[in-house]
Ligand binder design. Structure first.
Ligand SMILES: C[S@@+](CC[C@H](N)C(=O)[O-])C[C@H]1O[C@@H](n2cnc3c(N)ncnc32)[C@H](O)[C@@H]1O
Length: 233
């Protein structure tokens, strides 16, 4: 049994049911190992651009005797796969802008996946908007808190139409998940309240600067979401 923190545990849960998973940017190899030992997964292809990180994954695979069901591949993003080799993939712990680049670089592999789990460390707004405009359907959009740190994880697949925009959710708001709002994620309210506090502080320092309009718009969006959440039962 591999111990996963709440962020990796959330990705692990989102991948349940997948038979062949690609762990892109595998690094320590914990997700790869957990999917094979406890996740009901038959095969994992673990990829990384760094030979040193790939070695860490190779070591943990060998320590757990999983060589016959795991393969490690050196390379960037989804380029290490051919369409149909895996039914799901996880790309966790990289910037959202890089994730967009990786998905744009391998459109055939990306659209062949039933499930793609993404956990960006930055650029979540850009990624969420890009996914929406590229007709990725959001299966789940979840928040995870570890201490004072928040993470957002998306599970998506390429479709014809994106998940419908929920009533009451501000238009053009990518800061938090419209799908988490539709699913009434219980962490949405504390997260939005914390974010709103930050935006108000930032706004005080940004008066007269180029960033003021954006901060003002975002604070308004967060206020609207919080107001809507207050009306949930
Ligand atoms: C911060 S670690 C995240 C490790 C693990 N996925 C997690 O979330 O705990 C980021 C990993 O992504 C790898 N990486 C960065 N760019 C990459 C790319 N273009 N393709 C594949 N892996 C990449 C890095 O080498 C590193 O191992």
């Amino acid at each position: 049994m591999i111990r996963l923190d709440a962020r990796l545990r959330c990705a692990f849960e989102m991948l349940q049911g997948a038979k062949a998973v690609a762990d892109i940017g595998c690094d320590h190899g914990k997700l790869t190992t957990a999917m094979l030992l406890d996740g009901g997964c038959q095969r994992v292809i673990a990829g990384d651009i760094s030979p040193e990180c790939l070695k860490k994954t190779r070591d943990i695979i060998e320590r757990n005797g999983l060589q016959d069901r795991a393969e490690v591949r050196l390379g960037s993003g989804l380029t290490i796969l051919t369409p149909g080799e895996c039914d799901a993939a996880a790309i966790l712990g990289m910037g959202g802008e890089l994730m967009i680049e990786l998905l744009e670089a391998s459109p055939e592999v990306a659209s062949s996946l039933n499930r793609l789990v993404l956990q960006p460390m930055s650029g979540i707004e850009e990624l969420r908007q890009w996914l929406y405009e590229s007709s990725y359907h959001v299966i789940e959009d979840r928040l995870v808190a570890i201490g004072h740190r928040w993470y957002q994880l998306l599970s998506v697949h390429k479709g014809d139409i994106p998940y419908p925009w929920p009533e009451g959710f501000p238009q053009d708001c990518w800061l938090v998940g419209y799908r988490s709002f539709a699913d009434r994620d219980r962490l949405l309210r504390p997260y939005c309240e914390e974010l709103l506090k930050k935006r108000r502080l930032q706004l005080r320092q940004a008066v007269g600067t180029a960033g003021e309009d954006r901060l003002f718009r975002e604070a308004g969006q967060l206020e609207q979401i919080i107001k809507e959440i207050h009306q949930w039962n």
